[in-house]
Design a protein around this ligand. Structure first.
Ligand code: C2E
Ligand code: CA
Ligand code: CA
Ligand code: CA
Length: 279
């Protein structure tokens, strides 16, 4: 039943029907895309703000659709989560990231790739996450080369299986980053209990940073607090040199954003990494 303005209620509006049809079509496409392996992992460099060196990157999934071209994850992650296809996508992402970081670690030391791990993966018994430890061992690289980015929502009220998994991942040596910080309600106690390594300041704060602004004051406070808890800070969505300078002055450790680089195909990313800095 849908509220329909002053006409009261209607059982199934044409809007809803179109929405439901589009969703069914997307789901059908998503299923075949998984079978046909139409996904690709892109990489966005994360730079050290004081010298712009690249020591990390975030893996971001892309769907290479035969007709529609490159599709952004914002259009399919939620549906993939609702239908648990995210588990298959998540395994693909983990394997790709592992392979790429292994290649990089063959030519230089100390590199990390972070991947976005959905709460659905952590709470599904069949998500494959329990194999990550063995896969990391088999890859023969330090487990700390992979960082799991977890969103705040998850930290508020994690279920028993999720907690057990997070603890096991941390114990195996994988690192944890708290993604999109500032958009939800994190329990700082839980952050610390989980031995989180990185806090990522959400783009919406970075967007509005100006000298003497409230957003800057907020970022400064977050950075001080994070450092006191032993976390390093990554600012997301940096697009201007002004934002970069203010964040650097505020003590922020790392930055990620179009100012440095957009997410790149593996080939382009590997070329950039071999240069070691973004400039
Ligand atoms: P996120 O984890 O917050 O990732 C950062 C997003 O910000 C990425 O969008 C990135 O391309 C974009 N971005 C980075 N720097 C800038 C900038 O300077 N300006 C602007 N305007 N945007 C910037 P993307 O790749 O479209 O991903 C969107 C979201 O989809 C991600 O947000 C994440 O929540 C989700 N996602 C992406 N890949 C995966 C994945 O492999 N697994 C899961 N579960 N979620 C994923
Ligand atoms: Ca992320
Ligand atoms: Ca840790
Ligand atoms: Ca984020």
């Amino acid at each position: 039943v849908k509220a329909n303005g002053r006409n009261g209620f209607e059982f199934f509006s044409s809007d809803m029907r179109e929405h439901a049809q589009a969703r069914m079509q997307l789901l059908k496409d998503l299923r075949s895309a998984i079978e046909l392996k139409q996904f690709e992992l892109y990489y966005q460099p994360i730079v050290s703000l004081n010298d712009l060196s690249i020591h990390k990157a975030e893996g971001l999934i892309r769907w290479q659709h035969p007709e529609k071209g490159l599709i952004s994850p914002i259009h399919f992650i939620q549906l993939a989560e609702e239908t648990r296809h995210i588990n298959a996508l998540g395994q693909f992402v983990f394997c790709e990231a592992l392979q790429t970081v292994k290649e990089i670690l063959g030519t230089r030391s100390n590199f990390q790739i972070s991947i976005n791990v959905s709460p659905v993966q952590l709470s599904s018994s069949d998500s494959g996450i329990d194999d990550w430890h063995d896969m990391l061992s088999a890859a023969d690289i330090p487990a700390s080369a992979i960082v799991a980015e977890i969103t705040e929502g998850l930290m508020v009220n994690p279920g028993a299986l999720t907690q057990k998994r997070l603890k096991a991942l941390v114990k195996s040596g994988m690192q944890l980053a708290l993604d999109d910080f500032g958009t939800g309600y994190s329990s700082l106690a839980y952050l610390q209990e989980m031995d989180t390594d990185y806090l990522k300041i959400d783009k919406r704060f970075v967007d509005n940073i100006k000298a003497n602004s409230q957003e800057l004051a907020l970022c400064e406070a977050i950075i001080v607090m994070a450092h006191q808890l032993g976390l390093k800070v990554i600012a997301e969505g940096i697009e201007t040199t002004e934002q970069m300078k203010l964040l650097l002055a505020a003590g922020c450790d790392f930055g990620q954003g179009y100012l440095f680089s957009k997410p790149l195909s593996k080939q382009n990313f590997m070329n950039l990494v071999s240069q070691k800095t973004v400039v």
